[in-house]
Design a protein around this ligand. Structure first.
Ligand code: 3PG
Length: 390
């Protein structure tokens, strides 16, 4: 892809609008994982070092687009965290007129999803954002699959637009996957299968083995007529799930951890011996370990989505087994997705993973071969400016 990079621009004295993805997990107002913030720091530090004045934009969660601040989705915890990391103060505002008038060196705009027109990519909002800066820098890889005012619309409303260090790094790592050495093992978990159907179909073509866990596996097991008790499933997609499971390279657990509720102690059972009262909360680590050879022979391993309710220690052993096998394999390993990053952090294997993508949906879209609208807009812009120069 032909994209302009931040280092192509002189930043001194310029107002630089930086779109980052600081959509971090929050538990009672406390940031549970700072990966996305940490990975955005090189771009922020570069802009400040080069004398640029920053207007930082991010979304957090999925608030109502009311035009008003909703405390639960405020970026205050992110600002506090950034202030500590950068050892400087940041001015937080929800008023675009204040941004226009301000001479502050570092402004953060409140959650962009409070602003009317963000999600509908309204040109009014894009224009307003564009009028606030000399250069727009897109570094929110994790939001690059969204066609929103602050990710794509604004690109057409500025003279200069480019990518930052985070997107550059993501693209280099993901291009590596395109040239991935075989055998390729993909591990796919998480709650929902309905949003991943086309991805799974695409991956069954690309990967040598596709190991399913979490709610995705429950739905596939249920689609085969197996009793899955009160487990998390999406029966509306049973026909598609059934077809998928018939593919030779799809692996479904034959043993799982079940309990009556998430407060009870788990039992390990064969998938054919569940009762109506049982609920699957994890894949059996014994099953995962029985696949040791697949992991050790793989040249590339891609992982998205935990195997079970890993946040509870008693239901983390399937996810832990996957993490340990990836850590001890020689494969080039790539993981992506907020829950997967948390799972890898909890299981203590972060340092053994070759690349951690900050993207969730964006990472999966890329794997599926879909184009990312924000990057397309930037590419178009780069080509236009190339044509203008010639
Ligand atoms: C993510 O967490 O995947 C990104 O921040 C995008 O968030 P969204 O799915 O709410 O658009």
């Amino acid at each position: 892809m032909q994209l302009k990079h931040l280092t192509d621009h002189q930043l001194s004295g310029k107002r630089v609008m930086l779109r980052s993805d600081m959509n971090v997990p929050l538990k009672e107002g406390i940031i549970a994982n700072e990966e996305r913030i940490d990975r955005s720091l090189p771009t922020i530090e570069h802009i400040l070092r080069e004398g640029g004045r920053i207007v930082l934009i991010s979304h957090l969660g999925r608030p109502q687009e009311t035009g008003k601040v909703q405390e639960e989705f405020s970026l205050k915890p992110v600002v506090k965290c950034l202030e500590e990391k950068l050892n400087r103060s940041i001015y937080l505002t929800d008023d675009l007129d204040v941004v226009k008038e301000s001479s502050e060196e570092f402004i953060m705009l409140e959650n962009i999803r409070f602003f009317k027109g963000e999600k509908s990519n309204d040109p009014n909002l894009s224009n307003k954002l564009g009028s606030l800066c000399d250069i727009f820098v897109m570094d929110a890889f994790a939001t690059s699959h969204r066609e929103h005012a602050s990710t794509t619309g604004v690109v057409n409303c500025v003279d200069h637009a480019c990518i930052g260090f985070l997107i550059k790094e993501e693209l280099e790592a993901l291009e590596h996957i395109e040239r991935a050495k075989r055998p390729i093992l993909v591990v796919l978990g998480g709650a929902k299968i309905s949003t991943k159907l086309s991805l799974i179909n695409a991956l069954t073509e690309k990967a040598d083995h596709l190991l399913l866990g979490g709610g995705i596996a429950n739905t596939c097991l249920g689609s085969q007529g197996i009793e899955i008790g009160s487990s998390l499933i999406e029966s509306s997609v049973y026909p598609e799930a059934k077809q998928m499971v018939e593919k030779d390279n799809v692996l479904l657990p034959d043993r799982v951890l079940v309990a009556r509720s998430k407060e009870s102690e788990p039992r390990e059972v064969d998938v054919n011996s569940l009762t109506r009262e049982d609920c699957i909360f994890d894949v059996s680590p014994l099953y995962i370990n029985s696949l040791e050879e697949l992991f050790s022979k793989a040249e590339t391993i891609i992982w998205n989505g935990p195997m079970g309710l890993f946040e509870e220690d008693r239901f983390c052993s399937g996810t832990q087994a996957v993490a340990d096998l990836i850590a001890s394999s020689k494969a080039y390993s790539v993981i992506g997705g907020g829950d997967t990053i948390s799972a890898v952090t909890k299981t203590g294997v972060v340092d053994s993973i070759n690349y951690i993508s900050t993207g969730g949906g964006a990472f999966l879209n890329y794997l599926e071969g879909k184009s990312l609208p924000a990057l397309l807009a930037l590419e178009k812009k780069a080509l236009e400016s190339l044509n203008d120069e010639t």
